[in-house]
Design a protein around this ligand. Structure first.
Ligand SMILES: Nc1ncnc2c1ncn2[C@@H]1O[C@H](COP(=O)(O)OP(=O)(O)O)[C@@H](O)[C@H]1O
Ligand SMILES: [Mg+2]
Length: 497
């Protein structure tokens, strides 16, 4: 967390800070320590020099004080002031501290002032040996004769010095140095920026390529080829992109091969499925045709033959009755009766078989009529269950194939209801949807229901329903629930398909 700021720095910030920060710190530390160290040095140097200067001046100004001729001394003092900038003022006074001569700023209020004072002591023959006319003169200046004894102070030297001017000069030098360092920092900062740019440009191109690779663009070209580590990085990326591209191509061709194999397999399966459907549809047609033929055969030949046998046996009975009432005649009559009754049973059975094989209403009345008849039969055979039939008054005439498909499917559904559902209500609904070119059939019951998803191994009724519907290009949906019963919805296309 502490270094989060530095972590977010880019190359430019890092390089510039490397170029600028250490040099700045070094310069500031070195200059400040030198400045503070030299301050103390300057101070002690000044006190040393002040003492020496005061002593030397006390010595050399004795004659001027005694003689009262301060002009040459004044010149000397000016010279000293000019060569040493730490001297603020030089003052020479007499014994009463009356100013005889002075140079520099006497009223200074500068800080860091150091004052060095020395008495100017009389020495024999420190007397004005010449009078103003140039003749010998032994007298002391007026009013001073009493103090003119050897060793007495005849005046004072005051040297006022300060470290400030020298320090000021030193500070100016530090400022000048700082300015130079600032310039140097700017220059090295610019150098850092240029270096960062030279680093960043190839790195940017490397990053752009990496981003491209991430997005799947393996055609990497790095025109500005560098030397050293950067160059190695660039060539590694180019090599990596190349091998990635190769593996992608290999993978793609593998996927392509697998996909086309899969597509072939699907096509084959679809073809097989299609052929199977066609086969089933064809066999359904053949079976239905065969059933119709057998039904016709039974109707035309067997039933006619049975009718003939019945009529003949009845005639035989009547003839036997004409023979009188002997036992043989009675026997013949009863045999004729039995033959007649059996033939009638056979005739009924044959009619039932023909109906089952091919309900004749289907050809005469169409699907709706045949279904009405079917439901009538169910009602009389299973009075415990209510059978409803709903169909529009004008139901379109379907093709023979569609009619028999719908009929057989409904027949199987109703047979399942009476076999398995234990229902109290069953309903068949026909709906014609001319706009959508198909008819819809629903068969529902309120019975026990069953698990539609469970694979049934025993019966083939449901499978047959699905196959019949699929063979004519229709769809079937079975919904079943133990609480509500079963509902089968079938859609059959009346055109095309
Ligand atoms: N309407 C229904 N109500 C309850 N169960 C049903 C119904 N229709 C089908 N079934 C269940 O589905 C199974 C499969 O039916 P199906 O394929 O016609 O074979 P099958 O009638 O010969 O048993 C039946 O054995 C029965 O358990
Ligand atoms: Mg069944």
């Amino acid at each position: 967390m502490k270094f989060a700021l530095f972590k977010s720095w880019g190359i430019r910030e890092r390089l510039v800070s490397i170029a600028v920060v250490p040099a700045t710190i070094m310069f500031v530390v070195v200059s400040l320590s030198l400045y503070f160290a030299s301050r103390d040095e300057i101070r002690s140097d000044i006190s040393e020099r002040g003492n020496i200067l005061a002593a030397a001046l006390a010595e050399s100004s004795r004659y001027a004080v005694v003689s009262g001729n301060t002009t040459p001394l004044n010149q000397t003092l000016h010279g000293l002031l000019a060569i040493d900038r730490s001297i603020i003022s030089l003052q020479i006074t007499d014994a009463q501290r009356t100013m005889l001569t002075s140079v520099g700023d006497n009223q200074t209020e500068l800080a860091e002032i150091q004052v060095f004072e020395r008495p100017i002591r009389a020495q024999i023959p420190d007397v004005d040996v010449f009078d103003k006319t140039g003749g010998p003169h032994i007298a002391a200046p007026a009013g001073q004769s009493a103090s003119f004894k050897d060793g007495n102070a005849v005046g004072y030297v005051r040297v006022v010095m300060s470290a400030l001017p020298v320090l000021e000069a030193k500070r100016q030098r530090v400022y000048a140095g700082l300015t130079i360092v600032l310039l140097a920092l700017v220059v090295s900062g610019i150098a850092g920026l240029i270096l960062a740019r030279r680093l960043r440009d190839p790195l940017n191109s490397v990053m752009t390529s990496l981003r491209g690779i991430r997005e799947g663009n393996y055609d990497v070209r790095l025109d500005d080829h560098q030397r050293g580590e950067l160059g190695e990085l660039q060539s590694t990326i180019v090599a990596m992109a190349k091998s990635l591209s190769q593996s992608r191509q290999e993978l793609e061709s593998q996927v392509e091969a697998r996909t086309s194999a899969l597509q072939n397999a699907i096509e084959l399966a679809n073809q097989a499925d299609e052929e199977r459907r066609r086969l089933i549809a064809r066999s359904n047609v053949v079976v239905e045709e065969e059933r119709r033929r057998i039904a016709l055969e039974i109707h035309d030949h067997l039933n006619a033959a049975l009718l003939f046998v019945r009529l003949e046996s009845q005639r035989m009975g009547r003839l036997a009755a004409l023979l009188g009432s002997n036992a043989d005649a009675k026997e013949i009559e009863s045999v004729a009766d039995r033959i007649s009754a059996t033939t009638a049973d056979l005739y009924d059975a044959a009619r039932t078989i023909t109906k089952k094989l091919r309900p004749e209403q289907i050809d005469t009345l169409g699907l709706k009529g045949a279904l009405e008849e079917m439901l009538r039969n169910y009602r009389s055979a299973h009075p415990q269950c209510r059978f409803d039939f709903r169909a529009p008054t004008k139901f379109p005439k379907l093709t023979a194939e569609l009619t028999i498909t719908a009929y057989r499917v409904i027949q199987e559904a109703l047979s399942n209801i009476v076999k398995h559902a234990d229902a109290s209500m069953a309903a068949v609904t026909l709906l014609a949807k001319p706009s959508q070119n198909d008819i819809s059939i629903t068969i529902e019951d309120d019975g026990s229901g069953f698990n539609v998803k469970k694979r049934v191994t025993a019966g083939i009724g449901l499978i047959g329903m699905r196959e019949r519907v699929a063979a004519v290009g229709g769809s079937i949906k079975i919904v079943s629930d133990p609480n509500t019963g079963t509902k089968i919805t079938i859609e059959l296309p009346t055109k095309g398909g």
